[in-house]
Design a protein around this ligand. Structure first.
Ligand code: NAD
Ligand code: ZN
Length: 243
């Protein structure tokens, strides 16, 4: 059983602004493999070798097919109790912002609506030339082309690319405003996402971390709840009256 502090209960009961940062760990219980997992056929590649613009320009089909493979996995899995609990929190609280580093669309499928996707979303695509967006394209081994003749790529942030500035800005505003900040299932190493919890804490937020193991953030957290997000979050929801 997880011990939820009296302080956290009080803050959530008072309906103060909450911001949440999630990472690959929240989708682990759904069976979404991390980049480091056993990816069978694709094991011979490092994600850095495929998830960058030079790789796509050099061999568009290879990169496109790697994304098709990842999309197939994601379409076969379901959101877990962690995703569902965060969707419930959004419904119950007056000010709630969900910031995610995940591209798997599982937060949206669980019912979350106000989501800041820092690294894009794997179900969306965009033209490399004119930027036009395309959702849920039919499966094809060949890289589809835009009306303008440009190649179509997944709408995710690749290694070496900038994060969408408007989204990162909104994320920092939410962190600044938050009275409670949750960092969940992220190694808290990838910048600039990693500075969000630290910034929130410096601005006075109560910092709660949920992870199966301690991270660089844990010693700064006001409360570290060690465990799976799909198990800890439902306890918070229940014990803090947010069901
Ligand atoms: P990460 O792999 O660096 O860290 C995952 C963290 O989750 C670890 O600290 C681990 O201890 C923790 N964890 C594992 N299982 C957990 C569980 N059940 N409950 C709680 N915590 C758990 O992931 P990151 O910090 O998100 O950064 C990696 C990058 O890879 C991100 O940029 C992300 O976009 C990308 N990525 C995304 C997905 C996805 O969309 N699901 C999958 C793989 C990688
Ligand atoms: Zn185009």
């Amino acid at each position: 059983m997880y011990e939820i502090s009296e302080k956290l209960r009080e803050l959530l009961a008072a309906d103060l602004p909450v911001a949440v940062l999630t990472g690959a760990g929240v989708s682990a219980e759904s069976g979404v493999p991390t980049f480091r997992g056993d990816e069978g056929l694709w094991k011979q590649f490092q994600p850095e070798e495929l998830a960058n613009v030079d790789a796509f320009l050099a061999n568009p089909e290879l990169v496109w097919n790697w994304y098709q493979y990842r999309r197939n996995i994601i379409s076969q899995v379901e959101p877990n109790q962690g995703h569902f609990s965060l969707a419930k929190m959004e419904k119950r609280l007056s000010s709630f912002t969900l910031i995610t580093q995940n591209v798997d669309d599982l937060h949206r499928r669980a019912g979350s609506r106000n989501i800041l996707e820092l690294h894009g979303n794997i179900v969306r695509n965009k033209c490399i030339k004119c930027g036009r967006q395309y959702e849920n394209l039919p499966e094809s081994e060949e890289v589809p082309q835009c009306e303008c003749g440009g190649l179509i790529r997944p709408d995710v942030v690749w290694f070496g690319e900038m994060l969408p500035q408007d989204i990162i800005q909104k994320a920092f505003l939410a962190a600044e405003k938050a009275s409670v900040f949750f960092s969940i299932g992220t190694s808290a190493l990838v910048q600039p996402a990693a500075s969000l919890p630290v910034m929130a804490k410096n601005r006075g937020a109560y910092l709660v971390e949920i992870n199966v193991e301690p991270t660089v953030l844990s010693s700064h957290a006001d409360e570290f709840l060690q465990g799976k997000s799909g198990e800890v979050l439902p306890v918070i929801i229940r014990e803090c009256g947010l069901e």
